[in-house]
Design a protein. Structure first.
Length: 192
């Protein structure tokens, strides 16, 4: 692998789909970075720190590659919603988001040779309509909520809960593509 190769330090199918749709050639190497939130860490700082850790961890294993890490969190009224741990947790999150506006923060980081080159958190605001219990239960039954921050995917059936998005839909999906491509370009990476 040469320095012209990009490695995505994420096994997220959504991030892979977004990069592929943008015409980017890349390999996937899942990160083993610790994603535990630190006490009193706000959503943007948490997402950025984890994205950095993912990028550095994979970059230390593949130092010749340009490595992209990313992390997404949902924040509402000071509460951070991560991926649900079980059905009850997903149900709780969907009830919190029902009829409210929340912020989705996706941070990305670029590393090479085990060293961080740049990183930034990018946010979008998402408003849900009021959800009734049968809608929540039907959505839980699809299995979609269980690998997504905040327990929903804008690109899946959960997108039907959304009445407004301020910011990039790709940020909500898990990767702010235009900002990522700009960062990669600054590092001399040719996306094609």
């Amino acid at each position: 692998m040469t320095s012209s190769h990009l490695v995505l330090a994420s096994s997220s199918p959504r991030r892979q789909a977004l990069l592929s749709a943008a015409g980017v050639t890349f390999a996937v190497v899942a990160s083993g970075a610790d994603e535990t939130r630190l006490e009193h860490e706000d959503a943007a700082a948490y997402a950025e720190r984890v994205a950095q850790a993912k990028a550095r961890e994979v970059s230390s294993r593949i130092p010749e590659a340009l490595v992209l890490g990313a992390d997404t969190v949902v924040e509402i009224d000071g509460t951070i919603l991560l991926k649900p741990v079980n059905t009850d947790d997903a149900r709780r999150m969907l009830r919190i988001l029902s009829g409210a506006t929340h912020t989705v923060i996706t941070a990305f980081a670029v590393a090479r040779g085990g060293r961080l080159i740049e990183s930034t958190p990018i946010s979008a605001r998402v408003t849900f309509r009021e959800l009734n219990e049968s809608e929540v239960e039907a959505y839980l039954a699809t299995g979609e909520p269980f690998d997504k921050a905040g327990s929903y995917g804008i690109q899946d059936a959960g997108g039907g809960f959304i009445i407004a998005v301020e910011g990039g839909r790709d940020t909500v999906m898990g990767l702010p593509v235009a900002a990522v491509l700009d960062a990669l370009h600054r590092q001399g990476f040719d996306a094609a």
